[in-house]
Design a protein around this ligand. Structure first.
Ligand SMILES: Cc1cc2nc3c(=O)[nH]c(=O)nc-3n(C[C@H](O)[C@H](O)[C@H](O)COP(=O)(O)OP(=O)(O)OC[C@H]3O[C@@H](n4cnc5c(N)ncnc54)[C@H](O)[C@@H]3O)c2cc1C
Length: 386
C-alpha cells in the first residue's frame, strides 16, 4: 500500500454514501422532535454495518475493531450521531465472548440480520453511580428462573431494543471474598419484561438520547438467560469495555473533524473588519490546537484498535483514546461554536446540536476523572484512591 494511503477508504466511502441519504436536516428535525432516527438505523442495519463485529459464522461481517470504529467515526463526521445505535455494535460482544453455544446460535444470527436489536446494557444505578460493585439490583434464583428487583438509571435505547444485557447482584456483597464477585449478567427479553415486572421511565435530557430509569419489581427471567457463570458478571462486563471505549473515541474523532471542517470553512468566508476572521491568529490558534489534538487522539485510537485486533491487552490505550478523543472533540466543539459567533447558537447550523452531543462523552460511558484514576492506578502504579 502507498504510504499515507487510507486502508479504510472503501468503508469511509460506503458510509458517506449511505449518510448522504440522511443529511444534517434529517438529524436536526429528529433532534427537534426528540425522536429516534428509525430510518437511518434501519438503513445501517440492512446494509449490515451494525453487524460489523459479529463473526461471519453467525451471519455478521467479522470486521476488525479498527474497521468498525471507522463506521462510527464516519457517521459522526457526516453530521449524524452514532449514539442512537452504537450499542448494537458492541453489546453483542458480551454474548460472543461469554455466552453458551446455544445462546450464540439463538441470538447472534438474528442480531446480525436485524431481526433482534441488542441495543441496551443496564449497569448504572441511582444510588451507586460509578461505584458499580455496590449495585443493589438483585437477581435471586427460584427454580428455573431468576427474580429481579431493584432500579437502574440512564439505561439507553431500551425503547428501541428487543434485548438488554443486565448486571445484577446474585450473591450479597457481604458474602463474597472480593466485592467484584457475586454479580451476574443476563439477557433480558424486553418484549416480555416491559409491563411484567419491568417499568421504563424515559429521562428528558440535554441530548436527543433515548435513555431511561428502569424499575424491576419481581421481574422473572428464565435461568437459561444467565450469561456465563453465576457470580462472574462484573468481569464479563469489564471485558467488553475496551471495545466500547475505543468505538466511542472514534465517534468523538468523527465529531472533532466535523467541527473542524465547519469552523475552518466559516473562518475563511466570514468577513469582519474587512478581512476573514480566520486571518486573525486569535481565531487560528484555537482551531489549529484543536486540530493537533484530534489528530493525536486519532493515533491513540488506532493504537488501541491494533492491540485489540491482535488480542493484546489494550485497557490503557482504550481508556486513553477515549479521554484524548473526548477532550479533543470538546475543544473543537468550543472553537467551532465560538468562531461562529451568534450563528453557532442557531439550530439550522447544527453546531449547537453536535456541541451538546459531543459534551456527553466527558461523562459517559465513563467520566474523564475515572479514566485518569484508571491510568494513575493501573498504568502508573499509584496507590488506589477508591
Ligand atoms: C445520556 C446518558 C446515557 C447513558 N447510557 C447508559 C447506559 O446505556 N447504560 C448504563 O449502564 N449507564 C449509562 N449511562 C450512565 C453513565 O455511564 C454514568 O452517568 C457515568 O458512568 C457516571 O456515573 P454517575 O452519573 O452515577 O456519576 P457519579 O458516579 O455520581 O459521579 C459524579 C461525578 O463525580 C466524579 N467522581 C466520582 N467518583 C470520583 C472519584 N473517586 N474521583 C474523582 N472523581 C469522581 C465522576 O467523574 C463524575 O464526574 C448513561 C449516562 C448518560 C448521561
Amino acid at each position: 500500500m502507498t504510504p499515507g494511503a487510507d486502508p479504510y477508504h472503501d468503508i469511509r466511502e460506503a458510509i458517506r454514501d449511505l449518510c448522504g441519504g440522511f443529511p444534517a436536516a434529517y438529524f436536526r428535525e429528529i433532534d427537534e422532535q426528540r425522536g429516534y432516527p428509525d430510518a437511518f438505523v434501519e438503513a445501517l442495519t440492512k446494509a449490515g454495518w451494525l453487524a460489523a463485529l459479529i463473526p461471519q459464522e453467525y451471519g455478521g461481517s467479522g470486521l476488525t475493531l479498527a474497521e468498525a470504529s471507522v463506521i462510527m467515526e464516519e457517521i459522526n463526521r457526516c453530521g449524524g450521531n452514532s449514539g442512537a445505535c452504537h450499542g448494537q455494535m458492541y453489546n453483542m460482544g458480551t454474548l460472543l465472548r461469554h455466552g453458551s453455544d446455544a445462546q450464540k446460535r439463538l441470538y447472534l444470527p438474528k442480531i446480525a440480520s436485524g431481526e433482534l436489536r441488542l441495543q441496551s446494557m443496564g449497569v448504572t444505578e441511582p444510588t451507586t453511580g460509578t461505584d458499580t460493585t455496590k449495585i443493589r439490583t438483585t437477581a435471586v434464583r427460584k427454580g428455573d428462573r431468576y427474580v429481579v428487583n431493584g432500579q437502574k438509571v440512564w439505561i439507553s435505547r431500551v425503547l428501541h431494543s428487543d434485548l438488554m444485557i443486565l448486571l445484577a447482584r446474585t450473591t450479597p456483597i457481604d458474602e463474597v471474598r472480593k466485592r467484584s464477585e457475586g454479580m451476574s449478567i443476563f439477557v433480558v427479553d424486553l418484549r416480555d419484561a416491559i409491563g411484567h415486572g419491568l417499568t421504563v421511565r424515559p429521562i428528558a435530557n440535554m441530548v436527543n438520547h433515548e435513555t431511561n430509569e428502569l424499575f424491576f419489581d419481581n421481574l422473572e427471567i428464565p435461568a437459561e438467560n444467565l450469561i456465563g457463570d453465576e457470580g462472574k458478571g462484573f468481569r464479563y462486563i469489564l471485558d467488553g469495555l475496551n471495545a466500547e471505549r475505543t468505538l466511542i473515541a472514534a465517534e468523538c474523532i468523527g465529531d472533532g473533524y466535523w467541527f473542524l471542517d465547519r469552523v475552518v470553512a466559516y473562518a475563511k468566508e466570514r468577513i469582519v473588519f474587512g478581512r476573514p476572521i480566520g486571518q486573525n491568529q486569535g481565531v487560528q490558534f484555537p482551531i489549529a490546537r484543536a486540530h493537533v489534538n484530534v489528530e493525536a487522539a486519532n493515533l491513540m485510537r488506532f493504537k488501541a484498535c491494533a492491540l485489540f485486533d491482535a488480542h493484546q491487552p489494550c485497557g490503557a490505550e482504550a481508556n486513553m483514546a477515549k479521554l484524548l478523543a473526548a477532550d479533543a472533540s470538546w475543544e473543537a466543539a468550543n472553537a467551532c461554536l465560538q468562531f461562529h459567533g451568534g450563528y453557532g447558537f442557531a439550530a439550522e447550523y447544527d453546531i449547537e446540536r453536535k456541541f451538546r452531543e459531543t459534551r456527553l462523552y466527558q461523562v459517559a460511558p465513563i467520566s474523564t476523572n475515572l479514566i485518569l484514576a484508571y491510568v494513575a492506578e493501573h498504568v502508573l502504579g499509584l496507590p488506589r484512591s477508591f
